[in-house]
Design a protein around this ligand. Structure first.
Ligand code: MTE
Ligand code: MO
Length: 307
């Protein structure tokens, strides 16, 4: 890295230019109709008395909090680190490999991915295992539309999500806080559930780097760490993936990690949460409030043992 010349241009001047280019591409590639239809449809979904099965009626967390209070350990472990350092992340060119137990493995450029499916706005709660939560209007499409493209084999039982490692842009990967690359996983039926999405934007605009640009998994009924940021590889397997958090602390982080107020983290309670921007604590809801939609995925399981 030519540190000298890159330091000569302050980040405040690099970022708007790069962001401008991405935004222009984003607006061109995501069909105009989908974007134009976005706000009215989101509002229709929020009509009083008719909450959508997908979007919450909770008020979105102000954008400034969503982009300045982040967990993205590749860019440092403090909440303010990603907003300060993730502008360096290289998000173009970007390719995603989908492989493993599939009939049609694929390597897709970000441009192809943005054209794959119409973008939808989904307002979801995000509940971090640390006890805070936010409400975020994502722009994205179901994980299922990516997986259908590669034709999963009957033997595929799990989906592994592998995220980017850019040692030259990510100061955090020099430290061993986690095993890099950051890996997350879902069971096949969880990944195919319509609530599970790949987000490419938020608040009607391209995804900020600190929020996981250019592709980020969002699984609203699970703790926030299941939502891997800056995904480069998706692998379908017949064995349960070993995720970065399970490797770092197997007693604290299980494979499922469903939001569950009745199962405490070994070091703290999960019964309540603080919504960023609010003062009083809220009660944490089973499956983060999505029991009606996802509860049946876990019938017959002991959620204390399979936490
Ligand atoms: N690659 C990567 N993805 C990640 C993380 C990370 O450190 N690296 N942190 C996770 C955690 S712990 C949470 S709570 C959410 C936070 O998302 P946000 O910062 O966009 O709100 O991202 C998740 N995805
Ligand atoms: Mo988290």
């Amino acid at each position: 890295m030519p540190t000298h010349s890159s330091h000569a241009i302050p980040p405040s001047e690099i970022t708007p230019r790069a962001l401008f280019e991405r935004r222009r591409e984003f607006l061109r590639l995501s069909t105009g109709a989908a974007l134009a239809g976005l706000l009215p449809s989101a509002q229709a979904k929020l009509a009083p008395g008719r909450p959508s099965a997908y979007s919450t009626t909770d008020s979105p967390t102000p954008l400034r909090h969503v982009t300045s209070y982040n967990n993205y350990y590749e860019f440092g472990t403090d909440k303010e680190d990603p907003a300060r350092t993730a502008h360096a992340l290289r998000v173009r060119p970007w390719t995603l490999v989908i492989e493993g137990l599939v009939k049609q493995p694929k390597t897709l450029g970000i441009e192809d991915i943005l054209k794959l499916a119409p973008l939808e706005e989904r307002i979801y709660r995000l509940r971090c295992v640390e006890g805070w939560s936010m409400v975020i209007p994502w722009l994205g499409f179901p994980v299922a539309s990516l997986l259908k493209l590669v034709e999963p084999l009957g033997s595929a039982k799990y989906v592994e999500f592998i995220t980017a490692v850019q040692p030259e842009t990510m100061p955090g990967v020099r430290s061993r806080v986690l095993d890099w690359p950051y890996v997350e996983g879902l069971r096949m039926d969880e990944a195919m559930h319509p609530l599970a999405i790949i987000a490419v934007g938020l608040y009607g605009d391209v995804l900020p780097n600190q929020n996981g640009a250019p592709l980020r998994l969002v699984v609203p009924w699970k703790y926030g760490f299941k939502s891997g940021k800056s995904i480069v590889r998706i692998r379908l397997t017949d064995t349960e993936p070993r995720t970065s958090w399970m490797k770092s602390a197997p007693r604290e982080y299980g494979f499922y990690s469903n939001v569950n107020p009745e199962v405490d983290h070994p070091r703290w309670s999960q019964a309540t949460e603080r919504r960023i921007g609010e003062f009083a604590k809220r009660k944490t809801l089973m499956f983060n409030g999505y029991t009606e939609q996802v509860g049946q995925l876990y019938t017959g399981m002991d959620l204390r043992k399979q936490f």
